[in-house]
Design a protein around this ligand. Sequence first.
Ligand code: EPU
Length: 351
Amino acid sequence: MKIQNNYNLSKLNTFGILAKAKFFVEINNETDLKELFDIGEFKNNEKLFLGGGSNVLFTKDFDGLVIFNKLKGIEILKEDSKNVLIKSMGGEMWHDIVIFSVERNLWGIENLAFVPGTVGAAPIQNIGAYGVELKDTLENVEVFDIETGEKKVLDKEECKFGYRDSVFKNELKGKYFITAITLKLSKTPARQLAGGENKKKIYPALEKYLVENKIEIKNSKDISDAVTAIRKSKLPNPEVIPNAGSFFKNVFVKEIEFKKLQKTYPNIPFFKENGEIKIPSGWLIEQCGPANGTSWKGYRLGNVGVHDKQALVLVNYGGATGEKVLNLANKIIANVKEKFGLKLTPEVNLI
Ligand code: EPU
C-alpha cells in the first residue's frame, strides 16, 4: 500500500476537474484497509472515499486523505428456484454487475444499466433510473468502520434509503468504507416486462422507446440495452464532455403547493411518488434562463454549460474549475427560486 502526496485527481472525477489530494491511497484488498487505519497516522485528517468519481465536484484541492476503492470481485452467493444472491465488491464498476446479471437473464437491476460509478458508491445515493432504485434489490451493505476497524453488515432498513439519499450521506457520512454489497435478483421478470398486468409500471420514457423501436422484451438484456441506448442519446459521455450526470435532484412538493403552481403553469410535468409530487428539475431549469426569453438548457459560458438534451446536467467543456461550475449552479438555483419559489439541491457531492 502506497500513500502518495499531492495527487492529481483530474482523471478520477468524471467532471474532469483539476484538483489535488494532500494524501492519496488505493485500497486493493481488505488488508490494505486494516493497515491504513491501524497506522493511526491519518486519524486527524479529513477523509474522502472515492469510487468512480462520477458524483463529485471538486471546488478546491482536498486537504486530506483520498481513499480510492479498488476492491474487485463479483460472485453468486446463493441460488434457489426464484432468486439469486449476488455479492459484488465495492470497487467494481456498477455497469459491470448489470452486465453480469443480464448475461444470466436475472431481473432487478436492468433499468440501472449504464449508470456511471462504482458499486461502492451506489448505496450512498441510492442510485435510480427508469423507475427502479438500488434499494429495490439490495439485501445488505458490508462496511469497514474506520474508527474501530470493525467489519459490519448493514441491512436495507439500516441504510435508511430515500430518493437519492441514505444513512451514508447523513449520520454515517465518512464513517464507513463500503467494501461490498449483496443484491437479491430474480429469475423471473418482476415488473419491468412489457405486457400483462405489470405493464403500467414501466417508466414512461422507457416504454415510449420500446414501442417506437418495436422492441419485444424477451430477457433482461433487452431492457438494459434499451436503457443504455436512451442514456447514450440523452446524457453526455463524460469521456467526451466531462460531467457528473444529474447535477440537481428533482423537487418534491406537497399536493397543495403543487396545485398552486399548476394554476400558474398548467403544463408543469409531475409524477406522484410516495404521497408527494415530484417535479422534474430539468423542466424547471429549462423554463428559466440567464436573461428574459432565454433558457439555461444548452447555455454555455466559457468552459462551463448546461447540456442541450438534459437541463439537469452541467458540463465542463474543458479546463473548467469546480468553482466555475458551482457559480453556474448557484445562478440556476437562484433563478429557479425566483421564478417558481422552489429550491433546487445539488445531487452531486460538493467537495
Ligand atoms: N425534462 C425537461 N427538460 C429537461 C429534462 C427533463 O422538461 O431538460 C422533464 C420532462 O418532462 C421529462 C421529465 O423531465 O419527461 C423527466 O426526464 P428524465 O426521464 O430525463 O428524468 P429526470 O427526472 O430528469 C432522473 C434521474 C436520472 C435518470 C432519469 C431516468 C435524478 C436527479 N435524475 O432524471 O439520473 O437517469 O431520471 O430515469 O433523479 C443521474 O442520477 O445522474 C441521472 C442521470
